[in-house]
Design a protein around this ligand. Structure first.
Ligand code: NAD
Length: 485
């Protein structure tokens, strides 16, 4: 094993889980055994929650301007350790080094936003009657939880940790069992930055811990990022227990390409969107709807896709199971009559035979009923569906149950506006293949891509991580009495 066995992080210390059940952590790059991760029990969660409850007493009383000082230092530490953090992300997730660097850079940007929270959460105050004022303040919830997926081992934990903690909460985070290493390193850096013990706790595990989080009476709010199947389970269970819950799910993002789109730029954006992070992004382009004659653009897309080489500028997919599933989707589409223009099956990387790679794949003449048109593939695959009109393209986009992102490629501003209005997705791109809003704009999809109110990042997250206290105050006995008194 390259790294020591992974431990939970409770009350500022790395500690063993109470169970002996564990899973191997394997690098998708070459199959190296990196470590083992404990499958903790409900007892471990209870210990973490107790530590968080103790820490909350002081942390919630610390003024926000003091709390964010920890995150200014954390940001500097992320910058200082960027290379090491990116290497860890690359190793456990399989993405390329430059993609891992971008992920850590995004973590830095998320932390910068958290540092700006004192500027954003000032309450309101108004003299509502003579001598009587009403004021509002954002109050932390208490103990909150964050359950995260495998595809962004640094960025997704940083969607929740800096904001939730800067706003005065204490957190239990449950990393993905597939990529558990990065979160531990983030916790170490937060400790080095001066985060008091118990404010952030890590409990590793799988279904048992997630269920225990949803059931724990002292956890006030649960945020979840992962597949739609599990997002639904978590949202139902947490809200059944009267918790606040925001559960982000999977996606099937449509790019609508019109004949007037700039060919080179469109092709580059489509291919980057579908193959970046080996297609394992919830914002990845998965279906392209070509409206009218876009053959000249499809030719360029194939040209661009052939420049993407596994093990060089294309990372691995997370594991063998995922590799096989992606290849099955391609084979099934081929059998159903779709045309494979660029075929990424049976990809091999010399010297990394145990790595799990799929090459870039372009499938043309996909019909809307095929699985490659409707299901999240989560691999470097683009399914091209042909339509005659923009309204037909929109009908296909609207019919898909997800709603994370949609993009249009055109030079016609009026048409772009029409598609912005009609697409049923939370994040829309115009000539942008991965329309992730950058801070301070918030991130979040619609439909089956998100359950709960508000978004997980940006200003919207303030409402999720706090509750509003409204006070009505009268000091002067001479203040008037009126019908509201
Ligand atoms: P996943 O749903 O399998 O796992 C997410 C988390 O849930 C993990 O921590 C896992 O341990 C836990 N989990 C898995 N099965 C569970 C179950 N039955 N009960 C309770 N907990 C369970 O997701 P993943 O494979 O790690 O990540 C990929 C998925 O995440 C894709 O669908 C992707 O689109 C989605 N994702 C969405 C967003 C977004 O913003 N909408 C962002 C990143 C990833």
């Amino acid at each position: 094993m390259k790294y020591p066995k992974i431990q939970n992080f409770i009350n500022g210390q790395f500690v063993n889980a109470s169970t002996s059940r564990k899973l191997d952590v394997i690098s998708p790059i070459d199959g190296t055994l990196l470590s083992s991760v404990p499958m903790s029990s409900t007892d471990d969660l209870n210990t973490a929650v107790d530590a968080a409850k103790k820490a909350f007493v002081q942390w919630s009383k610390t003024p926000i301007k003091e709390r964010v000082q920890v995150f200014y230092r954390y940001k500097t530490l992320l910058e200082k350790n960027l290379k090491e953090l990116a290497e860890l992300v690359q190793e456990e997730n399989g993405k390329t080094y430059s993609e891992a660097v971008a992920e850590v850079e995004k973590s830095i940007e998320l932390t910068e936003f958290a540092c700006s929270l004192p500027q954003l959460i000032t309450g309101e105050l108004l003299e509502v009657s003579r001598g009587i004022e009403c004021r509002t303040e954002h109050v932390p919830l208490g103990i909150v939880a964050s359950i995260v997926p495998f595809n962004f081992p640094s960025m997704v934990p940083n969607w929740t940790i800096p904001n939730a903690l800067a706003l005065g909460n204490c957190m239990i985070i449950k990393p993905s069992e597939k990529v558990p290493l990065s979160t531990g390193r983030l916790a170490e850096l937060l400790k080095e930055a001066g985060l008091p013990n118990g404010v952030l706790n890590i409990v590793h595990g799988d279904v048992e811990i997630v269920e225990a989080i949803c059931d724990h009476p002292d956890i006030e709010a649960v945020s979840f990022v992962g597949s739609t199947k599990v997002a639904k389970i978590v949202y139902q269970r947490a809200t059944h227990n009267y918790k606040r819950c925001l559960a982000l799910g999977g996606a099937k993002n449509h790019l609508m390409v019109l004949p007037d789109a700039i060919p080179a730029m469109t092709a580059q954006n489509v291919v980057t969107s579908m193959s970046g992070c080996a297609g394992q992004r919830c914002m990845a382009a998965s279906a392209m709807v070509g409206v009218g004659n876009v053959d000249h653009i499809i030719d360029k897309i194939c040209e661009e896709a052939r420049k993407i080489v596994p093990g060089k500028n294309l990372g691995a997919v997370i594991n063998k199971e995922s590799q096989e599933k992606i290849e099955q989707y391609i084979t099934q589409a081929e059998k159903q009559g779709a045309k494979i223009l660029v075929d990424g099956r049976n990809a091999k990387v010399a010297g990394k035979e145990k790595g799990t790679y799929v090459g870039p794949t372009v499938i043309d003449y996909v019909t809307p009923d095929m699985a490659v048109a409707t299901e999240e593939i989560f691999g470097p695959v683009i399914s091209i569906i042909r339509t005659k009109t923009v309204d037909e393209a929109l009908a296909i986009e609207n019919a898909n149950p997800y709603g994370n992102a949609a993009s249009v490629f055109t030079q016609n501003g009026g048409m772009a506006r029409y598609i912005i209005d009609k697409a049923s997705a939370g994040m829309i791109g115009v000539n942008v293949g991965v329309p992730v809003p950058r801070e301070p704009f918030s991130f979040g999809g619609w439909n089956d891509s998100k359950f709960g109110v508000g978004d997980i990042t940006g200003k919207s997250s303030i409402e999720f991580w706090t509750k509003l206290k409204k006070s009505t105050i009268k000091w002067s006995p001479d203040a008037g009495i009126n019908w509201m008194s």
